[in-house]
Design a protein around this ligand. Structure first.
Ligand SMILES: [Fe+2]
Ligand SMILES: [Fe+2]
Length: 381
């Protein structure tokens, strides 16, 4: 493809001189001519030139204005510009270069000199285009790689949540509904987007600690004895430990696998930290008396206060081996008196204001016998 050169001069005679000087280059280059800065910018935006040769001294806007306006426009900001200065305009050279001129040429212009300068500008433009292209390709690769990592993280979380679900075999789509409810509540009380997205995924793991509870207790079809109940309560601590294990064995593994590759390992993982807090505190109660720590009020992490409402709502609204699914008024009859006792009043108010959306989630992910929840359902918006 031919390179395009734009000449700018208020003097038609000078433009005619350029036309004549360039006639031997017509096979390689196309030429355009403008008599002022505004016209030049308009032509450049319509059909991007690869190089500009502009007079400095023009009546309305001068060569500096041309540089400023070209550099200010995203489409034209990288186009090389040579400024042609007249006799007595020597002092302008430094200023022109400071303003962003690529090169300077003194009048009277020598044709072969002009052609060499244009060739240099085109070389520069070609390097710039190559670098831009490479940057765009790199950015695309980074985006693809980030998406792959995000997908892989999502899959690991999802499969871990599924592992928990299979142990507690009657809960079906429970975790995914808790994820949606939690996110709805977090959005309703005005949590930042980052928090809402992180909560959506990390709340799926709230009961992962049940992996560590013996079948005889976890799947017991009757009420638990006090001793069994104490063991059942341990799922909070077990879940929290699974999600934030910092044992020496893990550190060695991380050093071996991660740090060796990147040398930029970090202990911080906001997602796992949140998931661990939820696993630990989702059975705590706003007014105290919950487990395993018996903490209350704002000492319970917000994410766990949110999951507490979501989890109880879902448990009451879904069929379990020991109970039928309760309808909305039955559920509210049980939950409402617990506002300020079991549930954070702020979160509970948000829950009451968004009941219709909660019902939609129940319809969308109904309890099924052979649950095969789909990973697509938890794609982060
Ligand atoms: Fe739990
Ligand atoms: Fe749960």
């Amino acid at each position: 493809m031919k390179s395009r050169i734009l000449f700018v001069d208020d003097d038609e005679g000078v433009l005619g001189g350029y036309r004549l000087a360039m006639r031997g280059e017509r096979t390689n280059w196309d030429f355009e001519f403008a008599t002022g800065v505004d016209e030049a910018l308009r032509m450049a935006c319509e059909n991007l030139p690869d190089a500009v040769v502009s007079d400095y001294n023009m009546p309305e806007k001068n060569g500096f204005d041309l540089i400023c306006e070209f550099r200010a426009c995203n489409a034209t900001k990288d186009i090389p510009i040579t400024i042609v200065t007249g006799i007595g305009e020597e002092s302008l050279k430094r200023r022109a270069l400071d303003q962003g001129a690529t090169d300077l040429l003194a009048k009277p212009v020598d044709a072969s000199d002009l052609i060499s300068r244009i060739r240099n500008m085109l070389k520069l433009k070609s390097y710039q285009d190559t670098i831009k292209q490479q940057n765009a390709e790199l950015e695309q690769k980074v985006l693809e790689r980030t998406a792959q990592l995000e997908r892989s993280r999502l899959e690991i979380v999802w499969r871990l949540a599924m592992a928990g679900e299979y142990r507690d075999e009657n809960t079906g789509n429970h975790v995914i509904r808790v994820g949606w409810f939690s996110r709805l509540l977090a959005e309703a009380i005005g949590c930042p987007l980052d928090f809402c997205r992180r909560l959506f995924l990390s709340s799926l793991l709230h009961d992962i600690g049940k992996i560590g509870i013996p079948d005889g207790i976890l799947l017991k079809p009757a009420s638990l004895e006090p001793g069994e109940w104490e063991i059942m309560k341990r799922h909070c601590l077990i879940g929290s430990r699974i999600l934030r294990d910092t044992s020496l064995a893990f550190q060695n593994l991380a050093a071996e696998i991660v740090l060796e590759d990147t040398q930029t390992g970090t202990d911080e993982n906001p997602f796992l930290e949140m998931a661990s807090r939820i696993a630990m505190a989702h059975h705590e109660k706003w007014g105290g008396g919950g487990y395993p720590l018996g903490i209350s009020g704002e000492n319970i992490p917000l994410e766990a206060r949110i999951v507490a409402v979501a989890d109880v709502f879902d448990a009451l609204s879904s069929p379990r081996p020991y109970k039928r699914a309760y309808n909305e008024s039955e559920v509210l009859g049980i939950m409402r008196p617990q506002m300020g006792l079991h549930f954070d009043p702020l979160v509970f108010q948000a829950f009451l204001s968004h009941l219709s959306e909660f019902q939609e989630v129940l319809q969308r992910f109904p309890e099924v016998e052979e649950s095969t929840p789909r990973i697509e359902n938890i794609r982060v918006r």
